[in-house]
Design a protein around this ligand. Structure first.
Ligand code: B16
Ligand code: MG
Length: 223
C-alpha cells in the first residue's frame, strides 16, 4: 500500500506547546500548593485537560479533597494561563524541519492532518501560521476518548477518506504512539520516552525528519 497521508500530533511535534502546557499546570499547581515537575509532566502529554488534572491531584494524593465543581474551576484556570502563553507563539516556534516536511508532503500529493486532543489546536496553528497547511484538523471537542485510544487518529483518516494503513502518524508521547499503532498507522516517534509499545521508527528530534526518510522506511501494516 502506498503512503497517502501524514497525521501529526500538535504539541511537541509541530511546536513546543507541550512546554506551555507544563508552565500553565505548574502555575496552577504552585497556587494550590501541589508538587508538579517536568518528569510528572511527561505523563500528561496527549492526555485531555480533565484527565491531566486528575493525574496531578492523584500524584499529590488529594483527588478526593476537591468537588467536581472545584476541579472544573482549576481546569478552567489552567486553560486561561495556557491561552495567554499561546498568544506569545509566532512562526519562529514551529519546530525544526516541520514546515519543510509538511510542504514537501503536500507538493508530492500527500494529505496532511492534525490529530491533537487539544481544544486550543486551531488557535495554536493560527498563531504559528500553519492553519492553511492541513486538510483536516480533528475537532478535539468531538473526540470522546483521549490518546492512547486510536479514536482521534481514526477520525483523521476517516475525514481524509484514506485507509489508516496508508497513513504515517507522528507523535512525541507514549500515549500517542499507542493510539497510532492501535489505528494500524505506521508510527514515527519523536524523542519518545518509551514505556510501552515502541514506534516503528524513532528520531531524536523533528530536525531529523524528512519526506525522504519517511518514504524510505514506510511499510503499511500487514504487508
Ligand atoms: P487543551 P496533543 C494534548 O495535545 C497535550 O499534549 C496535553 O498536554 C493537553 O492536556 C491536551 O492536548 C488537551 O489540551 O487543554 O488545550 O484542550 O499532544 O494531543 O496535541
Ligand atoms: Mg504531543
Amino acid at each position: 500500500m502506498e503512503l497517502k497521508a501524514l497525521v501529526f500530533d500538535l504539541d511537541g511535534v509541530i511546536t513546543d506547546s507541550a512546554e506551555l502546557h507544563y508552565q500553565a499546570w505548574k502555575k496552577l499547581a504552585t497556587e494550590l500548593g501541589l508538587t508538579f515537575d517536568r518528569e510528572q509532566n511527561e505523563a500528561l502529554k496527549g492526555v485531555s485537560r480533565m484527565d491531566s488534572l486528575e493525574i496531578i491531584l492523584k500524584n499529590n494524593h488529594c483527588s478526593d479533597a476537591y468537588s467536581a465543581e472545584e476541579k472544573e474551576t482549576f481546569a478552567f484556570r489552567k486553560n486561561e494561563y495556557y491561552k495567554e502563553l499561546v498568544e506569545t507563539l509566532t512562526e519562529k516556534d514551529i519546530l525544526p524541519g516541520i514546515k519543510a516536511l509538511v510542504l514537501d508532503a503536500r507538493a508530492k500529493g500527500l494529505k496532511t492532518a492534525i490529530a491533537s486532543v487539544s481544544k486550543n489546536a486551531p488557535r495554536v496553528l493560527e498563531r504559528i501560521g500553519l492553519a492553511d497547511y492541513f486538510d483536516v484538523i480533528a475537532d478535539a471537542a468531538k473526540v470522546r476518548n483521549s490518546k492512547p485510544d486510536p479514536e482521534i487518529f481514526l477520525t483523521c483518516a476517516q475525514q481524509l477518506g484514506i485507509d489508516p494503513r496508508a497513513c504515517i502518524g507522528l507523535e512525541d508521547s507514549q500515549a500517542g504512539i499507542e493510539g497510532i499503532l492501535s489505528a494500524k498507522m505506521y508510527a514515527v516517534g519523536i524523542n519518545v520516552t518509551v514505556t510501552g509499545s515502541s514506534p516503528d521508527l524513532m528520531v531524536g528530534s523533528t530536525g531529523e525528519l524528512s519526506l525522504d526518510l519517511l518514504l524510505k522506511n514506510f511499510v503499511a501494516k500487514g504487508e
